[in-house]
Design a protein around this ligand. Structure first.
Ligand code: CTP
Length: 208
């Protein structure tokens, strides 16, 4: 069985030394890739810029921007059984990227943005799993919407403002939200244990 995992942030450059990004460290995605490889799956990890070592037995492809992540994930997904998207992909990028460093006199104080592709929505594989990091609001309702809109088997939802959850931490408190409305809440646990539960669910759905 072949699994593709996206992880980390993307960077959307406006010139060679400046970019838009977010604080994703890639820990959750790397933990899932490591666990899946340990369980004998063939794993391709498409990673944005992160400071993590490649897990044993995992093929890693490094990317910078959302468009690169789109291209490499689509390539890796050929013949894959499942895709897990943990990456914090930038939804927007600057409309123009200068080849040389912009001088402040050349900058208008307004940055025009254009939409990036949605990797998880666009890539075609038999089973897709999303992650949804929210900051309050109805986390479950949002996860359900993403399940429908991106044809997902389930969404791993979390509120990144909660203690022990979210960017850069070694723990996470998540809920699996299924398209039929089922919600399975997990207690606060290490990202490694969350990864084990995610891989368990993927393997059991792939066998079903
Ligand atoms: N995702 C992706 N490509 C994007 C945006 C998101 O692959 N351009 C994936 C993420 O990896 C995650 C899931 O989609 O698994 C949900 O991401 P999230 O940012 O929570 O949702 P959005 O679809 O961007 O929706 P919204 O901005 O409305 O919350």
């Amino acid at each position: 069985m072949k699994l593709v995992v996206t992880a980390g942030p993307t960077r959307e450059h406006l010139d060679p030394v400046r970019f838009l990004s977010n604080p994703s460290t890639g820990k959750m995605g790397f933990a899932i890739a490591a666990e899946a490889a340990r369980r004998g799956l063939e794993v391709v990890l498409v990673a944005g810029p992160v400071a993590l070592r490649t897990p044993k037995g995992v093929e890693r492809v490094d990317v910078v921007s959302a468009r690169e992540m789109m291209r490499e994930t689509a390539r890796a997904a050929k013949g894959a059984d499942a895709l897990v998207a943990t990456a914090a992909v930038a939804d927007w990028r600057p409309a123009h990227c200068s080849r040389t460093k912009l001088k402040k006199r050349e900058m208008a104080g307004v940055l025009r943005l254009v939409r990036n592709p949605d990797v998880l929505k666009s890539v075609r594989v038999p089973l897709k799993v999303g992650f949804a990091a929210e900051t309050g609001g109805d986390v479950v309702a949002e996860a359900r919407r993403k399940c429908r809109e991106k044809s997902l088997a389930f969404v791993v939802a979390n509120d990144v403002t909660e203690k022990g959850a979210g960017f850069g931490t070694d723990t996470n408190r998540v809920a699996f939200v299924f398209p039929d409305g089922e919600v399975r809440r997990l207690p606060l646990m290490s990202k490694r244990r969350v990864a084990r539960r995610v891989v368990d669910e993927i393997i059991s759905q792939m066998k079903a």
